[in-house]
Design a protein around this ligand. Structure first.
Ligand code: GDP
Length: 313
């Protein structure tokens, strides 16, 4: 891959896509295409194909997806399935027709069976039933990684996928109900502080454990994979290899934000998977490792939250 190559980043206004753009720019890749939704509607097959034919990117990063936290995934089940399938089908077809060289598809650690052995190795894929709360999203992501795998197997295409653990950081989506746990807790705790509440409710039992990766580390992993010239597995896990309970996450956020009240648990909300820690030995063997610690990442996220206006919340 040359620094002058034209790279199309889809989802460049979102948390992961924008971090990939920052990372590529700091690595002196300057020929970047970063269309927003108004310029390119990936739900339209026709528009997507026309954009690819007109712009002829050398490489593509597919970081555009409909994403959300556990309650959103469990509520808007059909929307998560059809929108993600449509986006990825349109993009894979367009990559093939426009003869794109490298395509990197971003999946998720929720593709793995609910009862996978921990830490979860790539080989666990399709060995058992999925966690029900985000099954539609997971099915779409499995279809995406299988598209990459099978374009490679049938046509020898340079398409591959990365499966990130739970991500957080700059440009996250801070919504009290619809977002993932870290931005959700930050948004809801800010509200509790403003209302001077003496109690704060954490969804679920607080016992599930999650592995969190700061988004700039994820972006670095994507660029490492894109730049890699040798053969690679069809997909690679990306994570820190360490996990933490949701209760501890809430305690750290409370401390950093200065919330002094009591933390209580709302067990009417789902726990989801009790644990989903990834085995990250394959991506680490490529020379990548995370740089931003959890506590540092939380501080950066809170700082980002307070630096943005209400539009992103
Ligand atoms: P998941 O990894 O797909 O389950 O995604 P989430 O980030 O949405 O949720 C992770 C865990 O955090 C689940 O056990 C949630 O029940 C728990 N949780 C606790 N409080 C919150 C909150 O305010 N928002 C979200 N999204 N999850 C929360």
């Amino acid at each position: 891959m040359k620094q002058s190559d034209k790279i199309l980043i889809l989802g460049s206004k979102g948390m992961v896509g924008s971090a990939i753009v920052r990372n590529l720019q700091s690595d002196n890749f300057s020929n970047l295409l970063t269309p927003g939704r108004s310029e390119l509607d990936l739900l339209s097959q026709k528009e997507t194909l026309e954009y690819f034919m007109a712009n002829k990117p050398d490489h593509v990063v597919l970081a555009a997806a409909k994403v959300g936290g556990i309650v959103a995934n469990n509520t808007y089940r059909a929307d998560y399935l059809i929108e993600n399938l449509s986006i990825q089908n349109n993009v894979f077809e367009a990559c093939f027709k426009a003869d794109v060289d490298k395509l990197l598809f971003l999946g998720s650690s929720c593709i793995y069976p609910k009862n996978s052995e921990q830490p979860i190795r790539e080989e666990s894929l399709l060995t058992g039933p999925l966690e029900p709360t985000n099954e539609p999203y997971a099915i779409a992501k499995i279809a995406g990684l299988k598209l990459a795998e099978n374009y490679k197997r049938q046509y020898g295409k340079n398409y591959m996928s990365v499966m990130p653990t739970n991500l957080f950081g700059e440009n996250d989506y801070f919504h009290p109900e619809k977002s993932h746990v870290i931005p959700g807790l930050i948004a809801r705790m800010d509200d509790a502080i403003k209302k001077d509440q003496d109690e704060f409710s954490i969804w679920g039992s607080g016992n599930p454990k999650r592995e969190f990766l700061y988004v700039d580390d994820m972006a670095q992993a994507c660029v490492t994979v894109l730049k890699h010239e040798g053969d690679l597995p069809y997909f690679l896990n990306v994570g820190t290899g360490e996990d933490i309970s949701i209760k501890e996450v809430a305690q750290i956020i409370a401390k950093e934000m200065g919330f002094k009240g009591k933390l209580v648990f709302d067990t009417s909300k789902p726990d989801g998977m009790m644990r989903k820690l990834l085995d990250v030995s394959k991506i680490k063997a490529l020379g990548w490792s995370p740089k931003i610690g959890f506590q540092e990442g939380i501080k950066k996220s809170i700082e980002f939250y307070y630096s943005t206006d209400n539009l992103r919340r």
